[in-house]
Each structure stands twice: as C-alpha cells, then as structure tokens.
Design a binder for this molecule. Sequence first.
Ligand SMILES: Cc1ncc(COP(=O)(O)O)c(C=O)c1O
Length: 412
Amino acid sequence: MTDYENIPVEKLLEAYRTFKSPVYVYEEAKILRQCDRVLSSLKDLPVKWLYAIKANDNPFIIEAINKKGIGFDTVSLEEVILCQAFTDNPADIFYTENSMTDEEMERAVEAGVVLNIGALSRLEQYLKHPKTKECCIRINPAIGDGHHAKVNTGDPESKFGIRIGLLKDAVDLAAKYNKKITGIHAHIGSGIKEPENQIAAMKVMLELSEEFPDLRYINFGGGMPTPYRKADREFNIERFAELARQLLTEDLKKRPNGFEYFFEPGRWFVAEAGYLVTSVTTVKDQVETVYLGTDTGMHHLVRPPLYEAWHGVVNLNKMEAPHDQLYTVAGNICESGDILAFDRLLPETEIGDVLAICDAGAYGMTMASQYNRRSLPAEVMITENGELKCIRPRLTADETVERFLKDCGYGG
Ligand SMILES: Cc1ncc(COP(=O)(O)O)c(C=O)c1O
C-alpha cells in the first residue's frame, strides 16, 4: 500500500480520462489553505504577503491567491505585465530585477511598480533617471540556504544582491542623486531548511536596516520549503511566526512613523497542491534497472534532473496493491538524464497504468519547455467544490508544430 495519503485518486483519474495524459492537476482547496495559514500567522503585525508567481503563473492560480489578499512578487518584466492583468495598483507588484536591461527599467518606472535593485551599477542608472524618487535594494546578507546549491541565493558569492560591504556606497549614491532608499530586501534561497535559518537572515536584515535613514519597509523574501519526502518534516509555520513575531514586535518599537514587513514565498502556496499525471507507455528490463517509460519527462518537470529533486510517485490504478517492485521512472525526452524518479518501490506496473508525480505544483509548468518539440501538458484545477476545470488546454502535436512554424514566421 502507498504511504501517500490524501491524494484525490478518483479526481486525478477523472482528469486523466477527460483531459488525457500528461496533465497537471491542482487542488484549489490546498492552495487556499496555504494562503490562510500564512495570512493568519502574523496577522496582528504590519506584515504583507506576496506570491512569487515564478512558482506557478497560471492565471487562475494567480487569481485565486490574489483574491485572498496576497500581492504579487515578480522577477521579470514579463511577470510584471502578467500581474498587471490582475491589479490596477502598481504598488501591489514587487519587481526584483536581475540583470535588468535599460528598456526593462524604463517600463518598470513607467508602470510605477516597486522596483527592487540588486546591483550598484543598475542602482546608479535608476537613481539618475529623472522620473524616479525612491527604491528598494536587494541585499546579499551572506546567509544562504535552500534545497540545492543551485537555489542558494544568499551565499556571499552568489550572483544576487548587493553585498554588505557595498551598502554604504548604495546609501551614498542615493544621497548623491537626492533620492531615497525606502526598502531593503533579501531572499536567501528556495526551500529553506529550518525556520531558524530564515530568522537568522531576518536578524541580519534588521541590523542592516539601521544604515538606511529613509526606510519604510523590509522584504524578507520567500523560501518556505515543501516536505517532498514523506520523512521530511513540514516547515513549522507556527514556530516561524512565533520567532518572527518576537523580532518584528521589538523592531516596531524603533519605527514610530509606521513600517511594513513583506514575505514573498512561491513554492509554499502551490507545490503540494499539484500532481503531474502521466501514463506508462513502456516497461523495460535493463537487467539492473527496470524502467517505466512515461508520456511526460524533464520538459514538463525539470526539477529532478536539474536539482536532483525528489518527487513521490504513485500508481493511481493500484494504490492498495503491495509495493514490492523496484522501478526507475523515465521520461520520453531523448536525453539519458531524463529520469523523473530513481529506484522506487511501486506495485507491479503495466503499460497503460496511470502515475501521479506528487508535489509538482511549484516550478513544474513554469519551467516546462517544448524540448524535442513536444507539446505542453494541459492544466486542470480541482475547484474547491470538487469540479474539474481546465485552466490551460493542451495543444495537439499537430497544433504545437503549426503554432511553432507560425511563430517563426515560416511558410504561408
Ligand atoms: C527573489 C525571489 N523571491 C521569492 C522566491 C520564491 O521562492 P520560494 O518559491 O522558494 O518561496 C524566489 C525563488 O527563487 C526568488 O528568486
């Protein structure tokens, strides 16, 4: 029997039958529950929550989270433009730049969104701009964390943020142009292991904040993890809130003119709500390894090859059968690295069985590509009242290629 509980097996199979395979399926109720958990955690303090839409930018998901009163955290001009479809208030959109171009800066200034700048060279360009008055800077707090080295963004040598040794220069630059740094930000990594690590970075930020005379807010970033392996401990949001409350309550005493604190998780809201449903197309015994070949792969869920990420896999047709066969679940991309799960104990599996790759709601579809010119999967929401709603239809193989040729301007 599978260890996986609370999987909506019948709904996933219904989604498979209705929308075909592969298909991403999301549980709306779980997304909304995650929103409620953070919203209630620090509600007595001037804390605002933003959703890092890079985790999953399906418009129906952005809308559901935003309706809960959660703002938008973006990392590209394209994400900013996408969020403008949901709000007329540019102050709701926080834009953390990363190697931004002049044109992107111009658009951000025009749009009036909150721009968060992570390099002195870009800060100077911004401060020089005749239409700017104030900004936020991204600090590298020299405390990094995350589920993998590739998502550790607070390491002192990472490409992100202005390092602590240059903060005085940032303050001087703002003074030179007679402008104000009103916000500071740090995001130390994705999948922070323990609440205490996030708290340590918050302490550094609160200390550094004393160097900024015009400060009105601090954004402490995102990074709340997901327990992908069932043995992983869940991030203790209550413990985190208790520790954060002590820090922020103390800090507020120094801020008589009002202040705001932001957090911007992405994965937290959506990871556990999502499943990538796929069917088994091949069973192949290579002596040491028995592969289950599927109709999806790294082009739809790149986390396993990119970060050696672990996702639970279940056979939806045989949830109660003994899990006594060792399989490696492979994708259909022409790359040896296209493996979604190594060495899993599953029930005896046959061609046509339907698998669900669990906890795939974050950094799944947003990182998907059409490598090998493959079509993208459909996306389906199990709504709060249990209906299946298609939130992005799939294109057929013919339509995918037709659109590609058209996008390239090739042919008639
Ligand atoms: C600047 C920034 N903020 C927030 C996030 C969201 O991180 P997570 O999904 O781990 O909460 C990311 C993701 O890496 C990020 O780069």
